[in-house]
Design a protein. Structure first.
Length: 169
């Protein structure tokens, strides 16, 4: 979509996410909520998905209230639209998302965050590399092995406290 194919975003997101059985795929996760609540710092969701999908996922897991805000694909689309005045296919040709450096810069600006004091967690090695290139601290989730750009690697979010205990100090 960001390559300018002129896809209507709302319809595309509904088609992609509308058939998901969120209740089965994303059960409540009290240990994750406890872990997130124990982190005394502002936390944000930064996703290439649309806001509605992110909200539904967070609600099903039971962690939406752990985050200050969601920075989603549709936010970037609106930002680019405002900055360029572009619409339709021209707008989509200008849109960017992770791992593009502009996406990380936009997210940090929205969160009023500095790269050196921001921890970015993701399951995409490309996104980890992109985050590191703009100076973020990084955690690869879903692997015990580091990838290029990863400061830490955890097989599961629940292992974060063991991998990066300094976040709790």
């Amino acid at each position: 979509m960001a390559e300018g194919y002129g896809v209507e975003l709302d319809g595309w997101h509904k088609a992609v996410h509308g058939t998901l059985d969120y209740a089965e795929l994303l059960p409540k996760n009290p240990p994750l909520k406890d872990l997130l609540d124990s982190l005394d710092m502002p936390k944000y969701i930064f996703t290439n998905a649309d806001r509605i999908h992110a909200e539904v996922c967070l609600d099903h897991i039971g962690i939406r209230d752990c985050f200050v805000d969601i920075i989603a694909f549709d936010d970037i689309v609106e930002h680019v639209k405002k900055e360029t005045g572009a619409t339709g296919p021209e707008l989509m040709k200008s849109v960017f998302c992770k791992p593009d450096a502009r996406a990380f810069e936009y997210a940090m600006k929205r969160a009023n965050a500095e790269a050196g004091s921001t921890m970015f967690l993701d399951d995409s090695t490309a996104n980890i590399k992109g985050a590191k290139e703009v100076g973020l601290q990084t955690v690869l989730v879903g692997s015990k092995d580091l990838c290029e750009g990863a400061d830490y690697a955890v097989e599961n979010f629940l292992h974060l406290k063991d991998a990066a205990p300094s976040l709790w100090q």
